[in-house]
Structures are given as structure tokens and as C-alpha cells.
Design a protein around this ligand. Structure first.
Ligand SMILES: [Zn+2]
Length: 373
């Protein structure tokens, strides 16, 4: 460490992260993509309770929680249990109102609900935990629910003055949560048709004959649309001017070295390009792939994929406690989750900075193995 580098002993803010709860009132079953893994559909709520139990211990500084998507499983819709499943799951978050949870949208939510209904249900939950609604600007799903307007599912909040958190809607352009006449469904279906050569909805959810990075063009992924990209750029510009740092979070991965390629955002390069036009982004957090992953780009931005709760055995756990210091990001992984200590100096010219990141057994070898997410 350089002699003139300050050591900040107190974090600016500390928060929790968990992902891929995928609750369903279904018996445990072997994961089809990996027979060594079991999906604990009911036990996942115990994992949520365990995480909050840790975050609520005396002396804990956890101020809020990021839930990175797929809070319930698509299986709920086959049993007519979508509403009950979501309500039952959200109650496990709402009962910890002193540590409000900020949710981002996953593909499994959109297997159960269209976007209007999902926005309304989450809005109701936000009201219960008494989070200031201005934190959810520009999301106003309740106002939009009774109209034909498609609700906006991306938003920002600022837990402390010098940090902004931005939740992306990674299914903004997708075939999930829209009716087939919606312009964004039409836009997404053209992309999938061009890659797969057919318009069979269920068969868009597979690698098929896709090669290399093209395996990301599946129905379970999506893209950030033009309006959301412009909004993101404006938010980052504002943070640049305010001297804020920004942590962005979304369900789907952005950096190819942080996850399996079939869990990547379709237009991940466009989003990273927007990040690189600004100086404020320090990290992007994602779920979806159910496995820990880490990558550092040439601008010093960290991309962290978090382990999913669904396939976590009852004798362990999978969540993280993140502390943002003025000079670093400390990610403390619990149970199956990994830990990272990430210096934040020199973000603008951080080529080679990967050597300074302390990681805990991180694999960075992307594969194209089918992942059932
Ligand atoms: Zn997912």
C-alpha cells in the first residue's frame, strides 16, 4: 500500500445481498442441469431468515438489503400458486422492516406475472416496509397499474449522500412479462428469431446451435432498452457531478468473465460502454447464474455474480454482507458465498488493477454449460 493511502476504518455504509430465492411450495428435487445439486424450494425461505438473523444481530451495521431477482420460482404458476408464493416470500422480507429490501426483477418473476401486476405487488410491499417512495423514482407502478402504460421497473436510491444504487431492468427488451403484441416483445422476438432461426417460444430457452457468446440469446435473458440506457447515462452523469460513487445491480450478468455466457445480458457491451463514459461506477452485482463469479474490467469496475439461495443445503447458507468504504469495497461472503476486498483507488486508469483485488478462490473460466436458472 502506498504511504499516502488513507486507511478508512469505518464503512460509509454496510448492506446485505442475496439472490435467487426461487421459493415454491414444491418438494426438493435434483437440479436438471447438475445432478450434484438439489433445489430446496421450501427451504429457501429458511435461508432468507438465516440471512436476516445475521444482519439483525446486535452491533450489525446493515442498513438495507439488495435482492438480486428470481425471488420465487416459475413452478408456482403451474400450481396456481403465483400470488400465494410471492406473498409468502415477501413476508419474510417485510417482517424485517428496519432493514428494507430493494428488489430487482428476475426472469422467474416474469414467468409468474406480467409487468403491471408484478410492479403493483412489489409496490404494495414497499408501502408495507415504509421505504421513502422517492427512493423508487421513477417507478410509480401503482399510478400506472390501471392504465395501459407499461410500468418502469428500473430505479435508483441513495442510502447515503455519496453513494447511489441503481437497479436495472434486465428484461426491458425481452419476451417475458409482455403480451406478444407489445413493441418490446416484438423487438426481442426478432432478436431471438435471428439467432435461433425459428419462433418456437419454448425452444428459445436453450442453447440450440448457438456458439460462443451467442449462447446468451435465450428467452431467459434480455436487453436494456434505449430509454433505460439514456436514463442510466443521465443518472451516472448526475453522480459524476455530485462526486457520488455508484453501485449498479441487476439480475443478469454483464461481464463475460463473471458468469456462464448463457447468463449474460444480450447487450452487455452497450451497458458497459455507458459505465465507461463516466467515472462513478464502482461495481455491478448480479444473480441468475447461481454461482459466485468475479471479473474486473479495464476501467476498474468490479462485476460480482452471487451464489443462489435455492440450491444451498440447509446445513450452510449463501448471502453476503457488503461494506462500502471511501477507499475500498469489502464483500464478506457467508456459507457458500465468496469474499472479496476491492480497492477503489485509480478507477479511471485501472489497467492491471486485477492484481490488487483479493479474491477467495474465484474461478474465472467461463463455460457454456447449460444452466437451469
Ligand atoms: Zn434467473
Amino acid at each position: 500500500m502506498a504511504v499516502d493511502s488513507p486507511i478508512f476504518k469505518e464503512p460509509v455504509v454496510t448492506f446485505g445481498v442475496l439472490t435467487d430465492v426461487q421459493y415454491a411450495d414444491c418438494d426438493d428435487r435434483i437440479a436438471s442441469y447438475d445432478p450434484s445439486k438439489t433445489r430446496f424450494y421450501r427451504g429457501s425461505l429458511n435461508q432468507v431468515d438465516e440471512a436476516f438473523g445475521h444482519w439483525e444481530k446486535p452491533g450489525s451495521k446493515v442498513k438495507f438489503v439488495l435482492q438480486l431477482g428470481d425471488i420465487i420460482d416459475g413452478l408456482n404458476r403451474f400450481h396456481g400458486g403465483s400470488h400465494l408464493g410471492l406473498r409468502r416470500t415477501l413476508e419474510h422480507f417485510e417482517q424485517h422492516s428496519s432493514i428494507p429490501t430493494f428488489h430487482t426483477v428476475g426472469n422467474h418473476e416474469l414467468y409468474n406475472f406480467d409487468r403491471k401486476e408484478l410492479a403493483s405487488l412489489f409496490y404494495e410491499s414497499v408501502m408495507k416496509i415504509n421505504v421513502p417512495l422517492e427512493m423508487f423514482h421513477p417507478v410509480k407502478p401503482a399510478e400506472d397499474y390501471s392504465t395501459s402504460t407499461t410500468p418502469i421497473l428500473y430505479y435508483k436510491f441513495s442510502p447515503v449522500p455519496n453513494l447511489k444504487c441503481i437497479s436495472l431492468d434486465c428484461f426491458d427488451v425481452s419476451v417475458l412479462g409482455y403480451n406478444s403484441q407489445h413493441p418490446k416483445y416484438q423487438e426481442a422476438s426478432k432478436v431471438l428469431y435471428s439467432k435461433h432461426g425459428h419462433d418456437v417460444f419454448d425452444d428459445w430457452d436453450c442453447d440450440g446451435s448457438l456458439q460462443g457468446l451467442d449462447v446468451r440469446f435465450q428467452q431467459m435473458n434480455g436487453a436494456i432498452g434505449e430509454e433505460q440506457l439514456a436514463w442510466l447515462s443521465q443518472e451516472l452523469k448526475e453522480s459524476d457531478e455530485l462526486g457520488q460513487k455508484v453501485i449498479v445491480f441487476g439480475h443478469v450478468s454483464l461481464h463475460p468473465d463473471s458468469s456462464d455466457w448463457n447468463c449474460l445480458l444480450w447487450n452487455y457491451e452497450e451497458v458497459m460502454k455507458v459505465f465507461h463514459q463516466h467515472n462513478c461506477v464502482i461495481a455491478y452485482f448480479s444473480g441468475h447464474t447461481h454461482a459466485s463469479g468475479y471479473a474486473l474490467d479495464t476501467h476498474g469496475i468490479s462485476y460480482i455474480a452471487f451464489t443462489g439461495i435455492l440450491e444451498t443445503p440447509p446445513d450452510t447458507s449463501a448471502f453476503a454482507t457488503v461494506s462500502y468504504y471511501e477507499d475500498r469495497l469489502e464483500v464478506h461472503g457467508h456459507g457458500l458465498e465468496r469474499s472479496y476486498s476491492i480497492p477503489l483507488q485509480g478507477l479511471k486508469d485501472a489497467k492491471g488493477a486485477s492484481s490488487t483485488v483479493v479474491e477467495n478462490e474465484v474461478e474465472q473460466s467461463p463455460t457454456t454449460v447449460k444452466v437451469e436458472v
